[in-house]
Design a protein around this ligand. Structure first.
Ligand code: DX5
Ligand code: ZN
Length: 219
């Protein structure tokens, strides 16, 4: 069967205490780090130097880098060179997604592709095996705390069908508005990697929320 993973996003954590915040979620399967450049999205977060420090402070965590930046082909490989386990770049920001995916894999990282809500999955079907994960955005990227777009469920389903045809274990990640109230729909549609930002870091006990989501997913 498909294995489920919970990857909290630190976007809604206390960024002045990032190291402590990451230590508050020991049960998480991965730490989802949102890199924004104020061009691909109207928000600016952290970049390579901060990720490098997180890598050094947390050598045993699975770092899931979500690049919301333009010129992905140029900037994505540096995150793999730091030793991040997974690097997601957006298809809308890439002129050479196959080459970039192969570069990421060559550097030892999982290669992942992200899709904005309005971007269809079908054009990627013929080269989906170049990727280890597909990130389906379930909000417009840029900010935490937005409402889950249930209109994305058919796209998650189609992605699961495309992945199933390959016979390969390509992960399907959902990001945006994922919480206890929306998790079941995502699972039912075929997602298996769940990013939750505000649901986890606005909870009184973030790690209890991570464990709760994992139990709900049947992990
Ligand atoms: C939004 C980011 C998300 C964000 C999710 O553009 O990619 O990872 O942190 O936050 P929630 O879970 O609050 O929607
Ligand atoms: Zn994200």
């Amino acid at each position: 069967g498909v294995s489920h993973r919970i990857h909290p996003s630190i976007l809604n954590a206390d960024l002045a205490r990032l190291d402590d915040e990451i230590r508050r979620i020991p049960s998480a399967d991965g730490v989802h780090l949102d890199v924004m450049d104020n061009h691909f999205v109207p928000n600016l977060t952290i970049g390579l130097p901060v990720i490098e420090s997180i890598r050094a402070a947390h050598p045993d965590r699975f770092l899931d880098i979500h690049l919301m930046i333009t010129d992905a082909d140029r900037f994505a490989p540096a995150y793999a060179e730091l030793g991040c386990e997974s690097v997601t770049f957006h298809i809308e920001a890439s002129d050479a997604p196959i080459r970039t995916a192969r570069t990421l894999r060559g550097l030892g990282s999982k290669a992942a592709v992200g899709l904005r809500p309005q971007t269809p999955i079908e054009p990627l079907a013929d080269f989906i095996t170049e990727f280890d994960m597909v990130l389906i955005m379930t909000v417009d990227p840029g900010f935490g705390g937005q409402s889950f777009l249930a209109d994305m469920l058919p796209k998650i389903r189609r992605t699961r069908e495309i992945v199933a045809r390959t016979g390969q274990d390509i992960w399907i990640q959902v990001d945006g508005g994922v919480a206890e109230s929306t998790l079941d729909q995502c699972i039912d549609a075929g997602a298996n990697v769940f990013v939750a930002g505000s649901a986890v870091f606005r909870a009184e006990d973030p790690d209890a929320m991570v464990r709760g989501l994992a139990a709900q997913a049947g992990a």
